[in-house]
Design a protein around this ligand. Structure first.
Ligand SMILES: CC(C)(COP(=O)(O)OP(=O)(O)OC[C@H]1O[C@@H](n2cnc3c(N)ncnc32)[C@H](O)[C@@H]1OP(=O)(O)O)[C@@H](O)C(=O)NCCC(=O)NCCS
Length: 286
């Protein structure tokens, strides 16, 4: 029902997918008949099927040549069914389209880092399709339902086993601005549609919260301003993650990189000086 060029053409600009991406996807459409694509798409949004099983199926598809792109084709069609559910709940189209920006986002990141089209996160949109992850403004918000392992900051319990919380995602390829506004909007959205997630803990674990970035970035940079939104309660070394986020992939020889920004140059100099970088964990101040 949604696996057709007409639907793709009207959907793509709303999720900020470029003409170039759309043309590419259309070129791969013959891989699936509308019946086959429709059946996989309906399977992906079926709430009775566990997410792990859905991920496994899409991982297999991603292993095919052009697999990342084949997955995007299916997600484009599956999003149509998710949109029906948004409408049933009276949720704003703006949130729906912003959430599905995850499709072009991960294609563009692949192109940026590897020079060819692909998809750096082939199974990620399963959460978006099943309405457990929403992008609101600049940031993404994923539900962590209870019960879960208690979330601890040292001795302090941030979220006990029975308290649901929200894990925040920072999407790629757009300046890191408007984050405080995004959190306020997200809380308002969840208070209305998922009240248990309106006033709970919002946290994240990302290289952008490593306090050591303060040694190499100016205070007015977006990343350092972003850090101010959080109580950062822990950090750990994770050089591969930082190299992946800055350069796309980890290389053992730091001289093999060609840094193209002040941050990229500073990261190399910092690591060469014998220091380490990694991830920080933080929860929002409001
Ligand atoms: C998050 C992100 C958008 C922040 O970018 P930003 O808004 O430009 O951040 P800042 O203003 O603090 O950047 C300061 C400088 O570092 C550069 N910079 C920031 N992030 C960079 C990155 N990932 N790689 C290389 N350089 C980067 C900026 O271009 C700027 O350089 P300049 O002064 O030479 O212009 C960017 O890092 C990004 O796209 N990262 C990849 C995705 C990611 O990390 N997601 C989080 C997953 S947990």
């Amino acid at each position: 029902m949604y696996y057709n060029k007409e639907y793709f053409r009207q959907f793509a600009p709303k999720i900020r997918m470029s003409e170039e991406n759309l043309d590419l996807l259309e070129g791969f459409m013959p891989r699936f008949s509308p019946e086959e694509a429709g059946s996989i798409a309906r399977y992906l949004v079926d709430p009775s099927i566990p997410s792990a099983e859905k991920r496994e199926r899409m991982e297999k598809l991603a292993e095919e040549e052009n697999g990342g792109i084949y997955c995007v084709l299916i997600y484009m069609a599956a999003a149509g069914y998710t949109h029906e559910k948004y409408r049933e709940k009276g949720m704003p189209d703006e949130v729906f389209y912003n959430t599905f920006n995850c499709l072009p986002e991960k294609m563009e990141t692949h192109k940026k880092h590897f020079g060819i089209w692909g998809n750096v996160a082939p199974t990620w949109p399963i959460s978006h399709l099943n309405m457990t992850l929403f992008r609101i403004g600049r940031l993404g918000y994923a539900f962590v339902p209870a019960p879960h392992e208690p979330l601890l900051a040292g001795e302090k319990v941030l979220a006990a086993e029975k308290e649901p919380y929200v894990y925040m995602h920072i999407s790629d390829n757009e300046k890191l601005v408007g984050c405080a506004e995004s959190i306020q909007e997200a809380r308002a959205f969840f208070r209305k549609f998922y009240p248990e997630y309106g006033d709970c803990l919002y946290m994240t674990n990302t290289w952008l919260l490593d306090p050591r970035l303060g040694e190499i970035l100016p205070e007015e940079s977006n990343i350092m301003q972003f850090q101010k939104i959080f109580n950062i309660y822990d950090r750990y070394d994770c050089r591969p993650e930082v190299l992946k986020r800055v350069f796309g992939a980890e290389k053992e020889n730091l001289d093999a990189y060609e840094p193209s920004s002040s941050l990229a140059r500073a990261v190399i100099a910092y690591l060469k000086s014998g220091k380490e970088l990694g991830r920080g964990l933080g929860y929002t101040k409001f």
